[in-house]
Design a protein around this ligand. Sequence first.
Ligand SMILES: [Zn+2]
Length: 405
Amino acid sequence: MNSGFCGRAAFGDGKCIFHRENKTDIEADRFQADFPVELERLERSAGPMDFTGLVFPRPVNFTSHVFSKPVFFDRCIFENEAIFSEVTFREEACFREVKFRKGARFVEATFQEKADFSGAGFQEETHFEEAKFERHVILSHIILPQGPPNFSIYMENVRFPDPALVNFYKTNLSWFSFLGTDIRRLDLRDVMWYREKRRYIIAAELDLRKNLLRFQAGIPFHEYSPDDVAQAYRDLRANFEEHKRYAEAGNFFIGEMDAERMRPLYDDIWNSRFPISDLHRHAQSHDGAWRILYSVVARLRVNLSLHGIYMILGRYGESILRPISWSIVVITSFALLAGSELASIDRLPLEKLCHAFRNMILRNILLFFQMKEVTNLGDLCERLLGVLLLGIMFIAIRRRLERYR
Ligand SMILES: [Zn+2]
C-alpha cells in the first residue's frame, strides 16, 4: 500500500478509501467503518479539520455534532443525503464547490463564524430552516439544475447577521424560499431569477400552480398557499423598494397579485365548496377528461375576477403599453364594426369606403376620449371601455412617475 496525495493509505489508483469515487459496496462499507475513526483523529490533531474532496457514498448524519475547529468540506461529493441539523460550527465552515446529490439538511444549524457555500451544487431539496448565521454567509455562484425550479432551498425563519455580510452573487434566487426570514435589507445585486414572460417566478409559485391548476407528473414538493406565495413576493418587493430598484419591485408586485388571484380557487378547494372542490377531487383520482374539465373551470375561477381583468388589461397597473395596445384594439374594432354596417347598407365603392372608414376611426377616437356624444349602445360600450383603459393608463403613468421621483 502506498500513500495517496492526501497522506492516507491509498490503493492502486492513488486514492484513499475516502477520496475514491464510485465506490463499490464493499468500499462503501469500509468507508462507513473508517470515517468515525478519521473524524476523531482530525478532531484531536492540530490544525483545521480537512475533509476536502471526500466522496461520501452513503447518507451522513452529523446531527447535534459540535465542530470546534475550522472545518473544510470543499469539493466533497455527498452521494446521499447529508444531515447537519442542529450542528454547531464554532469556527469557519467551508462547503465550497461541494455537491449535494440527494439533498442536505442544515435545520437549526449554528454557524458562529463564516459559512462559505460558494459554488456549491444542490440537486434536491435543501433545508436551512431556523439556521443561525452569525458572521459571513456566502451563497454565491450556487449551481442548480437546468430549467424551471422543481425543488426549493428552504431558508425559512433564518436569522441573518448584518446584511452586508450576506452574499448571493450570481445565484438564482428563484430556487430559494425565504418565508419568515427578514430579507428586507439584504443586498440582492447581481442575483438571477427564473423568468416567464418577462416576469420573475419563484419556486413556491410554480409549486402552487402545480397544486391548483395542473396535475403534472411528480409529487408537488411543498404545499404553499396563495398567502405564502404573495408574502414571498411582498418580501422581495420590500427589498427592491428599499434599494430603490423600482422596475424589479413592480415585477414582484405582479407576482404578488397573481398569487392573490389564486386565493378564491384555493379557498374553494380547502373549504370543500361545490363545484371546484369536487372537480378537484375527481381530477386527482382520474386521468384525462376530468383533469381537462377541472383545469378549464379552475382557470375561469382565477381569471374571471376584478383582479383577472386588471391583469389582462394592464398587468395590475404595471404596464403602460398594455392599456395603450388595448385602446388601439378597441378603437379599430368599433370603427370596423360601424364601417362594415355602412358597407353592407350602401354598397359604396372602395375609395369612398376608405374615406368613410377614416372618418369612423376619427369619430371613435373622440368617443374613446369622451369627447363625443353617445348615440347608440355601441358608443356607450366604447366610452365605458375608454374610461376603464384611460384609468388604467393613468394609474400606470402615475405609479412610474412617483417611483422615479
Ligand atoms: Zn485521500
